[in-house]
Design a protein around this ligand. Structure first.
Ligand code: ATP
Length: 233
C-alpha cells in the first residue's frame, strides 16, 4: 500500500500555496513534512484529505485517485486526517467525539470503538467525560482516536506535539509508532525537528510550496537547509 503524490498544486485565489509537490509514503512508514511557517505543510495535508481541491497534480492511494473525491469519500477510501489544534468537540463526551469519526462506516461502529478504546485506554476510563475537560495531551489522543475510528490505512497528522507537555508528547508518539508497526502509513507535519526526525524514517522539507530537500530523517536533521528553515524562518 502506498500513498503517492505527484505534482500537487493548491491555490488560494491567486496565491499558489503549494507549487508542484511530489512525495510518497508506504505502509508502515512514518514520513515527516518539515518547513517553516507558511511553507505549505498544512495546505498539503488539507489537499490530500479532500478539504481543499488541488489545482493540479494527482494523489493516488495504490491505484485509486483521491484528488477528485470529497473529504468523506477520502475517509472511506482509507485516509484520515488529524488536524492542527486537535479540534475536538469540547461539549460532547469522549465517546460521542469518537463516534463522529466512524460516520463513513456506521455498521462497524461498535468494533471500531472497542478497538480504539483498547489502543487508547486513557480514553476508555473517560468515555462519558466532556472532551473539553480533558488535558491537552488527552485531547490530542482523542483527536487521534477519532481519526482511527475509520480504520485508516493512511493517517495525516498535523503538529501532534504542539502545546503539549513532554510526557504527553511521549504518549502521543508511542501511539503513532505503534500504528506504523501495524502497517499504517503516516505523514507527519511537525514543528519540532527533533521530534519529527526521531520518529520518521524519511522526510521532505518544504519552502514556499516546493520540496527543497528530502531524504532519510537522520540526514535531514544535519542538513543546513533544514536548520535554516527552522532557525531562519
Ligand atoms: P504553519 O506551520 O504556519 O501552519 P504551513 O507550512 O502549514 O505553516 P500553510 O498554512 O499551508 O503553511 O500556508 C501556506 C501558504 O498559504 C501561506 O502563504 C499562507 O499564508 C497561505 N494560506 C494558508 N491558508 C490560507 C487561506 N485560508 N487563505 C489564503 N491563504 C492561505
Amino acid at each position: 500500500m502506498r500513498l503517492q503524490v505527484d505534482g500537487l498544486r493548491v491555490r488560494y485565489g491567486l496565491h499558489e500555496a503549494v507549487s508542484g509537490i511530489d512525495l510518497y509514503v508506504e505502509a508502515g512508514e512514518i514520513v515527516a513534512l518539515l518547513g517553516a511557517n507558511g511553507a505549505g505543510k498544512t495546505t498539503t495535508l488539507r489537499a490530500l484529505s479532500g478539504l481543499l481541491r488541488p489545482s493540479g497534480g494527482q494523489v493516488l492511494l495504490d491505484d485509486r485517485r483521491l484528488d477528485r473525491l470529497d473529504a468523506n469519500e477520502v475517509v472511506a477510501a482509507g485516509l484520515a486526517h488529524v488536524p492542527e489544534g486537535r479540534r475536538v468537540f469540547g461539549r460532547m463526551s469522549v465517546q460521542d467525539n469518537l463516534e463522529m469519526g466512524a460516520y463513513t462506516r456506521p455498521k462497524e461502529l461498535r468494533g471500531a470503538l472497542d478497538r480504539v478504546l483498547d489502543l487508547l485506554p486513557v480514553l476508555a476510563s473517560r468515555r462519558e467525560q466532556l472532551a473539553g475537560t480533558l488535558s491537552g495531551g488527552e485531547q490530542q489522543l482523542l483527536a487521534l482516536g477519532r481519526a482511527l475510528m475509520s480504520a485508516p490505512r493512511v493517517l495525516l497528522l498535523d503538529e501532534p506535539s504542539t502545546g503539549l507537555a513532554p510526557q504527553a508528547v511521549e504518549a502521543v508518539l508511542e501511539v503513532v509508532a505503534g500504528l506504523a508497526r501495524e502497517g499504517v502509513a503516516l505523514l507527519l507535519v511537525e514543528q519540532d525537528v527533533e521530534v519529527a526526525c526521531g520518529l520518521a524514517v524519511r522526510g521532505y522539507v518544504l519552502e514556499t510550496g516546493r520540496v527543497v530537500t528530502s531524504g532519510p530523517a537522520a540526514q535531514l536533521r544535519e542538513d543546513p537547509a533544514v536548520r535554516e528553515a527552522y532557525l531562519g524562518g
